[in-house]
Every structure is written in structure tokens, then in C-alpha cells.
Design a protein around this ligand. Structure first.
Ligand SMILES: Nc1ncnc2c1ncn2[C@@H]1O[C@H](COP(=O)(O)OP(=O)(O)O)[C@@H](O)[C@H]1O
Ligand SMILES: CC(=O)N[C@@H](CCC(=O)OP(=O)(O)O)C(=O)O
Length: 302
């Protein structure tokens, strides 16, 4: 056989190998929902955004029901900067006053949500953009945080303003949309019983949506390799107790805290696994669902 033919044969075999690996996972997740959290940092690159949209469409085409929950922290930050407004973070959560919540809602459920919807439409899918306010999807309530004052050692309650957490998710709208072959794209904005709009961390919103839709998997796309240990080395896999240790010993900080907290909760509520995924890799979602070549940190029960 010529070298060229031999080379082609090897390529076919490799492709067939990938397909054989993918088929059992297609069967395993067929008819099930998978929640994908698309982080604001991961959205930055236009080529990757197109690949993300085509991955989501492909999941739908093979009979899986993807639900996209998106962030937009950097995009809210850019808008606040334009308006010369500062914002402060506590444990990865943006302290949100009345004006900031209006800006967050405008950015998240406005142009950002529609740009993801449009990308999915262009990739051949049928997407519907929603915020937690639509169809009573996410009812939120105000949260507070406590911090120990280093001088007095006394716990102080910090008011984060209109930062909310989901208290109830009504999945009926999502169930109907998925049954009608739509792909829901959700902005992390909630409505409170106190009739206030709440800014919800997108990781937390994704976790609540994942459990309300009985998602088999929760994928969190971000712009780092995954969870890094104290030496900065990627942790490829860990169980819930190790994840808790890393949170307690300070290895995790900032935006990684709500991410890992959400993964732990999703697993405790029945998901097979949750993954913090490197969204800088092309087709990160497909590779994670269908092959053994996932890029990131897999968190499992235990
Ligand atoms: N141990 C850790 N491993 C990886 N990232 C970490 C860790 N601790 C803190 N981080 C921070 O968490 C960030 C990811 O969270 P975030 O900025 O909220 O991303 P996203 O916009 O994708 O939700 C990383 O960019 C990194 O700065
Ligand atoms: C309360 C809170 O922090 N809300 C977030 C909502 C967006 C978000 O979480 O976006 P990423 O996933 O891109 O970080 C914020 O205002 O930035």
C-alpha cells in the first residue's frame, strides 16, 4: 500500500475510534438534559463562540436536550466602566446596588443573551432566549455574606445589595421548549417575591437549572484550564470531599468558589458528574460529552 493510502487508512481508523467512543455516550444521554454554563470569559473569542454554538446544536441533533445558562461578568464590568461606575466583589459575587442591577439585567438579558441565541440559530439550531423572569423560571431571594473582622474576630454581615439566590425554579417552560425542539438560553436574572430584580451569579443559576431539569451533567465553561492546586497544577479529577477541602484551605478563591460550590450541589442532587471545563479549547463541550478527551476538572461523588 502507498504511504498516502496508508496515512488515509490510519486517519479513518482514528475517526472510527472516536465514533465508537462517542456512540455509547450518545445513547446514554439521549432524551436527557445537560446544562451548560457558558461563562462570560469563555464568550470572548468569536471563532470559539461559533464552535460552542455548533456543539450545542449537535447535542440537540443527536437527541440530547442542552440548556444553556450564560454569564457575562466581564461584559457587565465593561459597561459599568463606560458609565464610570465601580464594582466590588465578595467571594466572587458582585455587590449590586439598584443602578448596577439595572445595568446587569440590560447586559445579560439584552444583547448578550441575544448574541448566543443568534449564534445557535446561525449554527442551524432553534434557540429561545429567556431570563429567570420569563414564565416564573427563577424566583430569587436576597443573600448576605458574613466575614470575620480580623481585628475583633467578630463575624460581620455584609450587605451585597440586589444579589440573589434561586429559591424556586419552575421548569415547565423549559420542559415545553425542549419537547418542541428549542434550545433554552437563560440569563441569570431572578425575580423576587418582594418584587425586586436580582442579579444571580451565573454558576449558581446554572446549578439551580440543572437540578430543576434533572440534568445528567453540568458543564461549566470558563477561561482557565480547570481547578488548579496550590502549586498551580491542573486537577483532572476529584471527589466532593477533596473539593470541600480545597475550598476550606483557601486553594480556591474568587469566581472559582461559586463554581465549585455549584458542582458539589449538582452532584449531591443527582447529576452523574460536574465538570469545570476549559472553554478556550475548540469543541470543549463535544469532547467532554462524547470522548475521554475532556479538558478540565471532573468532580464526582464521594
Ligand atoms: N484554584 C483555582 N483554580 C483555578 N482558578 C481559580 C482558582 N482560584 C481562583 N480562581 C479564579 O477563578 C476564575 C474563574 O472564575 P470566573 O472569573 O468567575 O470565570 P467565569 O467568567 O468563567 O465564570 C479564574 O480565572 C481564576 O482567576
Ligand atoms: C452576583 C453576581 O456576581 N452576578 C454576576 C452575573 C454574571 C456572571 O456570573 O457572569 P460570569 O459567569 O461570566 O462570571 C455578575 O454580576 O458578574
Amino acid at each position: 500500500m502507498s504511504t498516502e493510502k496508508n496515512q488515509r487508512r490510519l486517519e479513518w481508523l482514528e475517526k472510527a475510534g472516536i465514533l465508537t467512543e462517542a456512540l455509547p455516550n450518545m445513547r446514554r444521554y439521549s432524551g436527557k438534559s445537560i446544562t451548560v454554563k457558558y461563562g462570560g470569559h469563555a464568550m470572548g473569542d468569536a471563532t470559539l463562540a461559533k464552535k460552542f454554538a455548533s456543539d450545542i446544536v449537535l447535542l440537540k441533533q443527536v437527541g440530547i436536550n442542552p440548556v444553556v445558562v450564560h454569564g457575562g461578568g466581564p461584559q457587565i464590568g465593561a459597561m459599568l466602566k463606560k458609565l464610570e461606575k465601580e464594582s466590588e466583589f465578595v467571594d466572587g459575587l458582585r455587590v449590586t446596588d439598584e443602578e448596577t442591577v439595572a445595568i446587569a439585567e440590560m447586559v445579560l438579558s439584552g444583547s448578550l443573551n441575544k448574541s448566543i441565541v443568534a449564534a445557535i440559530q446561525s449554527a442551524g439550531g432553534n434557540a429561545v432566549g429567556l431570563s429567570g423572569k420569563d414564565g416564573g423560571l427563577i424566583t430569587a431571594r436576597k443573600i448576605t455574606r458574613t466575614k470575620k473582622d480580623p481585628d475583633s474576630n467578630i463575624e460581620k454581615v455584609l450587605d451585597l445589595g440586589f444579589v440573589g439566590e434561586p429559591v424556586a425554579v419552575n421548569p415547565s417552560l423549559l420542559v415545553n421548549l425542549m419537547a418542541a425542539e428549542f434550545i433554552p438560553v437563560i440569563a441569570p436574572i431572578g425575580w423576587g417575591e418582594d418584587e425586586h430584580t436580582y442579579n444571580i451569579n451565573a454558576d449558581t443559576a446554572a446549578g439551580a437549572i440543572a437540578s430543576a431539569t434533572n440534568s445528567r451533567r453540568l458543564l461549566m465553561l470558563t477561561d482557565v484550564a480547570g481547578v488548579l492546586d496550590k502549586e498551580g497544577k491542573l486537577i483532572r479529577e476529584m471527589n466532593v470531599s477533596r473539593a470541600r477541602e480545597l475550598m476550606e484551605d483557601g486553594t480556591l478563591s474568587g469566581g472559582m468558589i461559586p463554581k465549585v460550590e455549584t458542582c458539589i450541589k449538582a452532584i449531591e442532587e443527582g447529576a452523574d458528574a460536574a465538570v469545570i471545563l476549559d472553554g478556550r479549547h475548540a469543541h470543549a463541550v463535544l469532547l467532554e460529552i462524547f470522548t475521554e478527551m475532556g479538558a478540565g476538572t471532573l468532580i464526582k461523588a464521594g
